[in-house]
Design a protein around this ligand. Sequence first.
Ligand SMILES: [Zn+2]
Length: 417
Amino acid sequence: MTEGFDIGARAKARCDLLGVPPYSEVDGQLTRRFLTPAHAAALSALEDWMRQAGMSVRRDAAANLIGRYEGEATGAKALIIGSHIDSVRNGGRYDGPLGVMLGIDVVEALHRAGRRLPFAVEVIAFGDEEGSRFPASMSCSRAIAGTLDASALEMRDAEGVSVAEALAAFGGDPAGIASAARKPEEVLAFLEAHIEQGPVLEAEGLALGVVTAIAAQKRIMVKIVGTAGHAGTTPMALRKDPGPAAAECLLALERICRAGTDGLVGTVGRITALPGAFNVIPGAVEFSMDIRAETSATRDAAVDAICAEIHAIATARDLKAEIHLMQALAESPCDPSLIGILEEALSDLSLPARRLPSGAGHDAMVMADLCPTAMLFIRCEGGISHNPAEAVTEADCALAARAMLTFIDKLERRERA
Ligand SMILES: [Zn+2]
């Protein structure tokens, strides 16, 4: 294969190129939110790169940029390679864009080798995965999967601009958003390459990992109710203080999750003592729980165990526990057959095929409603993401591109069989 460019390394360089204005809204950092001038600038750069790679390019009603490298037969089913190009405020350069740039590199390699496949290869740059401008997230992949709720278009940003208004001003078509939905029969599979956003691959000295599933998640609010009192006049023995009870609950959550399997993790990210004064025994303590695991069954078993402990802790201290489920998201398993192909691709490159779940959400979980999905994780320094310190190596990006090309070779063999 004649490549003539540093496949993968160029993808990283292009992410760096898009890390500054006009591709960022803010000088000195990368902030690229959905439907901003920075988003538009990034799309026009990507459009040029997609054309150079041999793709025809279009934008759909939801402001997705779609490059298509046609298969042997016009209108063939497509392998879609994609990720998001929006960022959080003051984010990193690779979370999202690297998956898009790698897709372009991979297609360019096919194009330069003059290869046509029994399927088309499309590269999609989703505009809104992070939800950093509007309250909703993943609205672009939802539009493609045909699962976007019309109410998402009415959500407003901090300036009061609705998604529909911003989309229309951007050249999208809010009234025709349904036209962005793809038919399952048009799509062979979805492949997303993404930085791990965690420390596992680095800790094990591995460049790449094969994602098994995107984790099931539950968000729960807990309120431990006691009796407020004066911090100076109420003897310790006569208190009904929910504070120490909450502390015991946090330790119980940690103990149960540490003993868990299937990537079980639990986090208390917010704690509030009410009324919240230096000299007042709190009348109640509220805290959030975010519990995730590779399967809903593991997650739910842990949630049940934690909730039982919370009630027991409250009862032992003559307090009351109120527990409210705020959100439950099922796991999104990657396709077993595609996982197998990705594992073989890594083995062909003499890389261990480390399987791991994704604790973070991705467009792939939305695309799973449309077609079989696969995800390739790329090692990132210190597991850091959503931060300017986010870093990947050229060597790892080159390996990722080669793994994706090998994946395509194997998918071709399967489709021709
Ligand atoms: Zn991401």
